[in-house]
Write a protein that binds this ligand. Structure first.
Ligand code: IVH
Length: 782
């Protein structure tokens, strides 16, 4: 193997020396190309790879580090991550105001706190809230010595070298203060962001979703040279001065920062009344789309610093400032088509294809249209949406997206509707397999769901299930993704999960296919073999049973510990499940759970009513069963006699203990239990499972680590995590015995919020739920 392909630890000393020489020259060449202003000829990722390799070799052969080593050239950023630094004073967050009344209430709070009369309003300033990430810059005797990210507000990361690459940030300032700190926002201009993403796409790299993420990702590069290539900018919005040499008002202070060389927003307004604040807000809102960077609201601050001090801070938020958030951004675009996606469970979801539009910080090209009613202009509750306007291909639509909320179509511009636009007809048959489409109303789900009735005969469903089976959160089979599954399915090699583990039978044929070589086939088969003993919970989740998500699968796995125990329990539940006669009773109107239980308890005593058909018989008296309930029963079954017969039949088909037991497991519930039972009641499912269990053996689930700090907590993850994926964080939480939820409620114990956290974070703050950042999460979960 050539030296440049060998891992660092396998290099000989001589090879290592030659590699270091080659890398030093190559990296220097790229640096030069870049700094001369020429277009770089390699991508940032490739450049990073070169530096990374150089570092690895140096780590193995420290005695060979060259004098012209690229590592020493840039002052060597630590690879393991950034040094942590404690802020001299915590970096605070802001409370949010969402409407005019919130703003008025904020001003009243300030007045009350300062014991001012209703007409005595202190001066405020209104500044744009720049959508970036905050940074702290420390100047000692006027020299920029340290820069840090906000981190959790108390401890941030030392990104001095990266901040030093930002031109907007002065490296030296004229001040007599021995220690002066400037705080502000690192952001990326829109044009630069788009350009960077276009470049990323051209070279096949993952683009950033929005300018804020791009700025954060760029600032948190381990290699400052990468940061240097990113078009980052800075706006100052605050300061801290040990010598207290700064002016008495925030406004004058910002002007002084400007004189010192820091960029300060030119859109700052001084306000004397609530109306002034709202005017400033409206002006910024109106001009928002003309700005060259994103703003997500306006920050109002009490101008006088003495008053600021008096007002102080409450739970890490200053009483003297508030962020007035902009409403979700809206943009117009055209609806170019409506596609139908067939999901794993056969649900047919219409998806709107949009002409790409940049809204709310991301480019939107697809938008879910939920169901046929939604397209018609009818909401889940039957009420009109979009003023009852239907959606037609060719329509100009208004798209909205706020924070981390999924984009939606909020309106249709009828005046722009082309003459050719036709009403949309929801398919009656599955577009993939032609099976009939059934409509069902699901509790808890939106509106009417159209489902393909083809089951596993529908290639879309079969393929989606297989894709789910191998996916990262499920069996996590490396090298096997949607593309390969579709190919193998078409070839008839993989029709069900068990087939994946028999793919080796097609080894020779596979090797002759385009894109596969001996090595890749060997790797693929090895990664399949590596999953023959999956975790119980992953395996169960991988089966793709309705309502058995990762969390529920985890709960079940921990409850039963072994797969065999679980299967035995579900099979017993299948036998004990209620019969149709019982289900019929549950559907009778006006018969609640209590009345039903009483009816069933008395069933054996009930007698068919006397008298003939023409005589109105009185229903029997049973405690806890009202006349209204009897009316419902008679209405459902046709006559009192039929109703009594139905009750007797229901009693014979009532659910048994084994069935009820399953639904009582904490964290599973009757609906998910029902779906489990449905799955195991189908012979074709249990047959396929039997074949699969010949190939794989789920491992017993480890007992919950109850000593963990997070055991028993309900945790919500929101925003971007930077050191682990959200899936990984969730898996870790579940493994430690926590419950993971998708939304914040009063039952939430902990919210882990990364950058970009939006409404969930706001909700948590409103409910007083503890919020921690990723670093703290790692601490608590390791
Ligand atoms: S003042 C105590 N001013 O918004 C004052 N913050 O949601 C704290 N931000 O962490 C911040 N523009 O990163 C302030 N003009 C501005 C701002 C601003 C953006 C960010 C900042 C802060 C976050 C709070």
């Amino acid at each position: 193997m050539p030296a440049d392909q060998k891992a660092a630890k396998y290099l000989t000393r001589k090879e290592a020396a030659l590699e270091l020489k080659r890398l030093a020259a190559e990296i220097a060449r790229h640096d030069k190309l870049y700094h001369r202003g020429d277009a770089p000829i390699i991508t940032d990722a490739e450049y990073d790879k070169l530096r990374q390799r150089n570092l690895e070799i140096e780590a193995h052969f420290p005695q060979l580090v060259r004098r012209d080593s690229p590592t020493t050239n840039v002052g060597a950023a630590p690879l393991a991550g950034f040094k942590k630094v404690q802020h001299e004073e915590p970096m605070l967050s802001l409370d949010n105001a969402f409407d005019d009344e919130d703003v008025a209430a904020f001003v009243r709070r300030v007045q009350r706190f300062l014991s001012l009369g209703p007409s005595e309003i202190p001066e405020f300033i209104a500044e744009p809230k720049i959508d970036g990430l905050s940074a702290s810059l420390i100047y000692e005797r006027g020299k920029f010595v340290r820069g840090a990210t906000r981190g959790d507000g108390t401890i941030g990361e030392d990104v001095t070298q990266n901040l030093a690459t930002i031109e907007d940030i002065p490296k030296g300032i004229q001040t007599s203060s021995p220690s002066f700190e400037v705080r502000g926002e690192v952001y990326m201009e829109l044009a630069a962001f788009h350009e960077m993403n276009e470049h990323a796409q051209r070279v096949g790299e993952q683009p950033y979703v929005n300018p804020r993420n791009a700025a954060a990702g760029s600032l948190r590069q381990l290699n400052p040279q990468v940061t240097a290539r990113r078009p980052l900018r800075f706006y100052a919005w605050g300061w801290r001065d040990v010598s207290d040499l700064m002016p008495a008002t925030h406004y004058d202070g910002l002007m002084q920062l400007k004189d010192l060389g820091f960029p300060v927003s030119g859109l700052i307004a001084r306000c004397q009344t609530v109306d002034h604040l709202l005017d400033a807000y409206n002006v910024l809102l109106k001009n928002r789309s003309q700005l060259n960077h994103e703003i997500d609201g306006v920050v109002y601050k009490v101008n006088n610093r003495v008053l600021q001090k008096r007002l102080g801070v409450v739970s890490r938020r200053p009483r003297w400032a508030i962020a007035h958030k902009f409403p979700a951004e809206q943009r117009q675009t055209t609806l170019e088509g409506i596609d139908i996606q067939v999901g794993r469970t056969g649900a047919l979801t219409p998806v709107g294809r949009l002409a790409p539009v940049f809204v709310g910080g991301v480019t939107v090209t697809n938008v879910t249209l939920h169901n046929a009613d939604y397209i018609r202009g009818v909401g889940a509750d039957g009420a009109a949406i979009r003023g009852g306007k239907d959606l037609r291909v060719g329509d100009t639509v208004v798209v909205q997206r706020a924070g981390d909320v999924i984009p939606q179509i909020v309106d249709v511009i009828l005046e722009k509707r082309p003459k050719s636009a036709r009403k949309y007809h929801f398919p009656e048959t599955c577009p993939r397999c032609g099976s009939a489409v059934a409509r069902e109303l699901e509790p808890g789900e939106e509106g009417v769901i159209a489902r393909c009735t083809g089951g596993l005969n529908c290639p879309a469903q079969a393929v989606e299930r297989l894709i789910h089976f191998v996916s990262r959160r499920a069996m996590d089979i490396e090298g096997l993704g949607a593309k390969q599954i579709e190919e193998f399915y078409e070839l008839g090699w993989v029709k069900e999960p068990a087939d994946i583990f028999r793919l080796a039978d097609h080894r020779d044929e596979l090797m002759t296919r385009e894109g596969y070589g001996e090595k890749s086939v060997t790797n693929l088969l090895a990664s399949i073999d590596a999953r023959r003993a999956p975790d119980f919970s992953r395996f169960l989740f991988a089966l793709g049973i309705r309502d058995i998500g990762e969390t529920t699968a985890g709960v079940i796995a921990r409850h039963f510990s072994s797969w065999d125990a679980f299967e035995q329990a579900v099979r017993a539940a299948v036998k004990a499940r209620p019969g149709e006669a019982y289900e019929a009773l549950t559907r009778a109107p006006g018969v609640g759970d209590g009345a039903r239980a009483n009816l069933l308890a008395a069933a054996h005593e009930l007698k068919a009513p006397k008298g003939d058909l023409f005589e109105e018989a009185e229903p029997p008296k049973i405690k806890g069963v009202s006349a209204k309930a009897w009316d419902g029963l008679i209405a459902a079954f046709g006559s009192l006699g039929e109703a009594i017969a139905a009750i007797k039949a229901a009693a014979k088909h009532a659910p048994g203990e084994d069935y009820l037991e399953l639904g009582r497991i904490n964290g599973v519930g009757p609906v998910a239990a029902d779906h489990l039972v449905d799955f195991f009641a189908e012979k074709h499912n249990t047959d396929a499972l039997k074949r699969l269990l010949k190939e794989v053996t789920p491992r017993d689930e480890a007992k919950v680590a109850t000593s963990s700090k997070v055991a028993g907590l309900t945790i919500v993850f929101t925003g971007t995590l930077e050191q682990m994926t959200r899936d990984e964080a969730k898996a870790r939480a579940i493994a430690l015995g926590a419950k993971v939820s998708g939304s914040v409620s009063k039952n939430t114990n902990l919210v882990v919020a990364g950058p970009g956290a939006g409404s969930k974070l706001a909700e948590a703050e409103k409910l007083g739920v503890e919020v921690i950042d990723e670093n703290e999460w790692i601490k608590r979960s390791s």
